[in-house]
Design a protein around this ligand. Structure first.
Ligand code: FAD
Length: 497
């Protein structure tokens, strides 16, 4: 039987954080958007520790922030690391000052089945046609241009959709990402395997760090320990590929053996029991190899989220990159669909900004691992150093300040603007605080003058961003590039050239 054909402005493949965010941001501008998701939500996914800019920036713009706030996810104030040669754990907080301990200085630890479901429902609420149980099979191509896709409907029937743009948001297992052209390039530096499960009644760090992510390095790699509620904890070991034999065989025994290798995690789990039923009952294995596609766009097609790139999970960047790339892509689509900017310029801006954000995390992570090799850490002897032209520590600092992109849309100006703008000395104090532990001892990552100076600069950028209309006009990120509109949903030609 001939496939039934429908028409949309944008067809989104995959309803994870990338797909649902993109769909919401484009549908709310009145465009016809369809989302095809092969699973029926809620469904399991890994990636439970989030960053503040996702919650207070992108999800505020997409309309999901209030529903997320109502869901009661634990508040993550920062990260605690037992990492490298230093024997004591050290902690960083997202808030740059105790006086700013406002709502935007925290992120959430989320059960992804709940988080992703809220985001997908929000896409529907914003006007997208969301279809679950629908698996995309292939693309409709005419010459260079992608014109639509084919999929199996929930009833198994073959269907097709014609769309001005197809956005692949179907994650690392995407079946269509390579249709964009180029190749998926894997990093030689980050090649690891993760083995993870869930525990009830694991220990908690003392307040205010009770719901921080805890990352603990050990001989074979590192553990994440993510508190998802008062009693439920996500626990995963990331081991380098040379240690792959440690996760072969019975996963229960393999996870137990790795836990026993790591005294701090063994202690935190000493009174805990592993969850053995429901969505958390399985011990899972995932490759977390880092990769990027050498091109993110083609006429009529874009890649967002994990379909485009992924980098080592130690700093919880996955959902941030997924939702942020969708914000960038949505601006391009909204602008082109409404004739505000030409297609080439819009696609270039999307790709350049997404690559820059990915690069910031990549370089930061390389420096994070390298630093510990320099300090004779027992953690991961780095085998190969990726060629870097940017200062790595600066990338980290811009990143941790939440301002690496200089994006106005990623901050909640209403909540923080006045307090931030009122006193720049506050930033200087905050920088000093970052550089020291509570006991006054220095934190290795923050102790160099390069880092401190860069943090001061980051604070200034953040202040400018928060001044909104009173701020100087935004400069393009790249020569001849575009700037974002005041509402954060479009690109505009720069007026500062
Ligand atoms: P996904 O979340 O994978 O969503 C893709 C969706 O597409 C899925 O729902 C899938 O069902 C659907 N789909 C696939 N194929 C098709 C098809 N053919 N047709 C229709 N639908 C389809 N990130 C963090 O932010 N914090 C963390 O703590 C973190 N920890 C991690 C730990 C590990 C070990 C790993 C490997 C990753 C971790 N991540 C973390 C990364 C995070 O999991 C991903 O970056 C994030 O889920 C990407 O979102 P996405 O929307 O691009 O893709």
């Amino acid at each position: 039987m001939a496939a039934k054909t429908e028409e949309f402005d944008v067809a989104v493949v995959g309803g994870g954080p990338a797909g649902s965010t993109l769909a919401a941001l484009v549908a709310k501008q009145g465009h016809r958007v369809v989302v095809l998701e092969k699973e029926n939500f809620p469904r399991y996914q890994i990636g439970e520790s989030l960053l503040p800019s996702t919650i207070h920036g992108v999800c505020r713009l997409s309309g999901a922030a209030d529903d997320l706030a109502e869901a009661g996810f634990p508040l993550k104030r920062g990260g605690t690391f037992r990492w490298g040669a230093r024997p004591e754990p050290w902690t960083f907080a997202f808030s740059v000052s105790p006086r700013m301990a406002g709502p935007t200085s925290v992120a959430y630890q989320v059960e992804r089945s709940k988080f992703d479901d809220i985001l997908l429902k929000n896409a529907r609420k914003q006007g997208a046609d969301v279809r679950e149980g629908c698996s995309v099979r292939g693309l409709i191509e005419e010459g260079e241009r992608v014109r639509g896709l084919t999929y199996a409907g929930a009833d198994g029937s073959e269907r097709e959709i014609r769309a001005k743009y197809v956005v692949d948001a179907s994650g690392n297992k995407s079946r269509i990402y390579n249709k964009v052209g180029g190749t998926r390039e894997y990093s030689d530096f980050f090649r690891s395997l993760a083995l993870f499960g869930y525990f009830e009644n694991g220990k908690r760090m003392p307040e205010p760090n009770r719901f921080n992510i805890l990352c603990v390095a050990f001989e074979s790699g590192w553990f994440w320990y993510i508190p998802l509620s008062d009693t439920l904890t996500s626990v995963g070991a990331v081991v380098r590929r040379e240690m792959a034999d440690k996760i072969q065989g019975d996963p229960e025994k393999a996870l137990r053996a790795l836990i026993d290798e790591c005294p701090m995690i063994a202690d935190y789990l000493s009174d805990a029991t592993r969850v053995t039923e429901g969505q958390y009952g399985e011990i899972r294995v995932r490759k977390d190899y880092s990769y990027h596609q050498t091109t993110f766009t083609r006429p009529g097609m874009m890649l967002v989220g994990d379909a485009a790139c992924f980098v080592d999970p130690v700093f919880s960047s996955g959902v941030h990159l997924a939702t942020y790339s969708s914000l960038l892509a949505a601006r391009s689509l909204n602008s082109v669909l409404e004739g505000k900017v030409d297609e080439d310029a819009a696609m270039r801006e999307f790709e350049a900004r997404y690559r820059r954000e990915y690069g910031v995390f990549y370089e930061f992570l390389v420096s994070f691992y390298e630093m510990h090799r320099d300090e004779n850490s027992y953690f991961w002897q780095a085998k190969k150093v990726t060629a870097n032209t940017e200062p790595e520590l600066q990338a980290f600092v811009e990143l941790i300040g939440g301002v690496s992109s200089g994006e106005q849309g990623l901050m909640n100006a209403e909540a923080l603007g006045e307090r931030l703008a009122e006193n720049s000395e506050e930033f200087a104090t905050a920088v000093e605080k970052y550089a020291a532990n509570d006991d006054g001892s220095s934190v290795p990552l923050f102790s160099s003058s390069v880092v401190r100076n860069a943090m001061q600069e980051a604070g200034q950028v953040q202040m400018r961003a928060l001044l909104g209309e009173d701020a100087e006009p935004e400069a393009p990120m790249f020569p001849g590039g575009l700037v974002s509109s005041a509402d954060g949903l479009y690109w505009l030609p720069s007026t500062t050239a």
